[in-house]
Design a protein around this ligand. Structure first.
Ligand SMILES: [Zn+2]
Length: 279
């Protein structure tokens, strides 16, 4: 095979140290067209950089557009008026529950009547406030549920009520009036008495007035008392659940006949247990 001899130019590299001048043979066409090759190199480099920048830009803007579309979609789905209406309904429900507690001498919320709501809903709610209002209601509902769980509801014993809360003629001297601090349920000695809410036994003791009695602490502000028992089944510090037997009905202490004397105590004040009985 025949190859055409490439025309080469000899270059002498002088001043190469101890080894002396060096001789290189370079194709002559390269020497004639080197500016073109350098230009081509820079053109390719610039093109590569530009392509890279374009890819990065496209990916970034596509991601941004996707997030923007998602945000617009979410905004279009949020019906602020409906949310406001739902929040007002929740607010109203909480308000009614609070009224229920108020009727029983208890109060969960400090409601400002001028506000018209619990104070968690801005008058002109916008989409950005939905989350914070949701958190407000979540907190209030959790707190309310905790209060309701510790509310002594129902009867501690299913017997006839023989004496109500308030002023009455003394059973020991009918000519004298006295303040009856609880409700009396008539029953048979030995019948089971159950606690009306979960809590901790604060007192399990005997005195001349109450006889054998038990006090259960349901929350920071609520206690119930069960008196004139023939026997106590729990001791101080015991944890009790709603409906758990805590004692047996009796006739101990200042009592005329077998009965249970039941008290509800709120903030150290004895209140009428009747609204809690849910008859
Ligand atoms: Zn009584």
């Amino acid at each position: 095979m025949l190859f055409k001899e490439i025309d080469k130019t000899t270059i002498i590299l002088a001043n190469c140290g101890k080894s002396g001048p060096r001789v290189r043979r370079v194709p002559t066409f390269l020497l004639r067209t080197w500016q073109r090759w350098v230009g081509l190199f820079f053109f390719v480099l610039v093109a590569l950089i530009a392509t890279l920048c374009l890819i990065v830009y496209q990916n970034t803007s596509r991601d941004y557009q996707a997030r923007l579309d998602r945000a617009n979609y979410i905004r279009s789905k949020i019906d602020v008026e409906q949310i406001q209406s739902s929040f007002m309904a929740i607010d109203s429900g909480l308000y009614q529950l609070n009224s229920f507690l108020n009727e029983r001498g208890l109060s969960h919320f400090q409601i400002d009547e001028n506000m018209g709501n619990l104070g968690g809903i801005p008058e002109d709610i916008d989409a950005t406030e939905v989350a914070s209002v949701g958190v407000f209601f979540e907190k209030e509902l959790t707190s309310l549920l905790s209060d309701l769980k510790s509310l002594p509801l129902g009867k501690p014993y299913d017997g006839d009520i023989t004496s109500k809360f308030g002023w009455r003629r003394s059973p020991f001297n009918r000519r004298i009036g006295e303040n009856h601090t609880g409700i009396d349920f008539k029953g048979a000695i030995g019948d089971t008495i159950c606690t009306t809410a979960s809590g901790l036994v604060k007192e399990s003791n005997y005195n001349s007035g109450y006889g054998h009695f038990i006090v259960v602490q349901h929350s920071d502000t609520l206690q119930t008392l069960y008196a004139h028992l023939s026997r106590r089944l729990v001791k101080v510090g015991d944890k009790v659940d709603t409906g758990q037997p805590i004692g047996l009905l009796g006739n101990t202490g200042r009592s005329k006949g077998a009965h249970l004397h039941y008290e509800v105590i709120h903030n150290c004040r004895k209140i009428n247990p009747e609204p809690f009985l849910l008859q």
